[in-house]
Design a protein around this ligand. Structure first.
Ligand SMILES: C[S@@+](CC[C@H](N)C(=O)[O-])C[C@H]1O[C@@H](n2cnc3c(N)ncnc32)[C@H](O)[C@@H]1O
Length: 385
């Protein structure tokens, strides 16, 4: 993740009337992020991002394809785009791995296909489920209730969703979805510009991992500077309402000292969802929390909803049923053969997927041990342990 183009980005934002009280550096984990350069008191200004520097990618109720098309158009315009100083700072294709652009070969590594009731993978564009937000949105923002026109039936089963994304993007690219789209590729980039499937996947991965739903106007925006802030679930940095539509103000939720990393909470991300939607594993939690796909509240149909943090309690029968459920999932994970070979040299996507698997097993083991103690206490029988 490149920091050399950041100076140009900053001066473009200043020229447009913006203010930035931060700098961009690589953090202790090797990830590019935003850092305070001076003391910023709680409620103080981190950045003021001018409207002219943000890409408005559509309404919150439009199809995912529309947001992607807006980004694709600007990206394919190259240095003819007035957003070029911003676009140049985006991560490159192989620096990202969300479900939108992750190679299909990694699909079997999700190992979350253990629910017999899971819907069959589908590449249909027409959604029968209009209840859920279509795509992940940073922070607590939510799609409006009118969301989900013309969306694929997203699911939280990771294999299925990964394949759904791939099918959806391919159909956008080859034109077979044109009838169902608000904008087609030719409409946004013209006829003479070559658009590859990788371009469409790139635009999708960039859009989904970086846009935000602003408060005050039902729009989705790509906002420079703001989108350099990494996720920290406990972070209280906030965005003011964008009602005046002139500047988007990013404010400190705590006192920042010079050198502190300025994060943003993308929401309560369980590990499996963070990997699929954003391509990273959040900070390791202690005690570990079950992945969404392993949680008793997991709902395979529909998009991710952060599940409850309450740990299961109840009479011994309920606890034993949960033990059986978790043990079955564990057996499915460990019993699913590793058919995806790790590429020679650097294969950070493979490593991330294996780490996700290890975290899922550790969280299941933690939960099994915790329930065993509850059972032993409830029944007075140490054999439950
Ligand atoms: C909105 S951007 C944040 C800035 C990003 N690091 C950059 O340099 O462009 C979101 C992407 O940053 C990375 N990211 C965000 N939070 C992270 C974290 N806590 N740990 C590791 N990577 C993170 C992921 O690649 C994610 O898709």
């Amino acid at each position: 993740q490149d920091t050399s183009l950041i100076d140009e980005l900053f001066s473009w934002i200043s020229k447009n009337g913006g203010v930035i009280n931060a700098e961009v550096r690589i953090n202790k984990d090797g990830v590019r992020g935003l850092f305070a350069t001076e003391r910023i008191p709680k409620l103080g200004l981190i950045a003021s991002i001018p409207a002219a520097c943000m890409i408005n990618v559509g309404s919150q109720s439009q199809s995912a394809s529309t947001h992607i098309m807006h980004v694709l158009r600007e990206y394919k315009l190259g240095n003819n785009s007035r957003f070029w100083p911003y676009i140049k700072t985006w991560p490159k294709y192989h620096e990202m791995a969300t479900e939108c652009n992750m190679d299909d070969k990694y699909v079997p590594m999700w190992k979350s296909d253990h629910f017999p009731e899971r819907p069959a993978p589908s590449i249909s564009l027409m959604s029968s489920d209009s209840s859920s937000p279509a795509i992940p949105l940073p922070a607590t923002h939510d799609h409006g209730s009118g969301a989900a026109a013309m969306l694929p039936p997203w699911t939280s089963c990771r294999e299925a969703n990964h394949q759904t994304w791939q099918g959806f993007l391919r159909r956008i690219w080859d034109g077979s979805a044109n009838r169902e789209l608000e904008y087609t590729i030719e409409e946004v980039v013209g006829k003479d510009v070559e658009v590859t499937l990788a371009d469409v996947k790139y635009a999708a991965a960039i859009t989904v991992s970086r846009y935000l739903a602003v408060h005050g106007r039902p729009r989705l925006m790509m906002a420079p500077i703001f989108d350099l802030a990494n996720h920290d679930n406990h972070c209280t940095t906030y965005l003011e309402s964008y009602v005046k539509s002139d500047y988007l103000h990013m404010k400190a939720g705590v006192d920042y000292e010079p050198g502190d990393e300025i994060c943003y909470s993308y929401g309560d991300l369980r590990d499996d969802y963070a990997v699929s939607a954003y391509g990273f594993l959040p900070a390791l939690e202690d005690p570990p929390r079950l992945a969404y796909v392993d949680h008793p509240g997991f709902e395979p149909r529909g998009a991710y909803r952060a599940p409850s943090d309450d740990r299961i309690a109840g009479p011994p029968e309920a606890l034993r049923a949960e033990v059986q459920r978790l043990a079955a999932i564990r057996a499915r994970i460990t019993g699913t053969p590793d058919i995806v070979p790790r590429a020679e040299g650097e294969d950070w996507v493979w490593d991330m997927m294996k780490q996700l698997e290890a975290r899922r097993i550790a969280a299941i083991d933690y939960e099994l041990a915790r329930i065993a103690e509850l059972l032993a206490e409830a029944t007075g029988d140490a054999r439950e342990l």
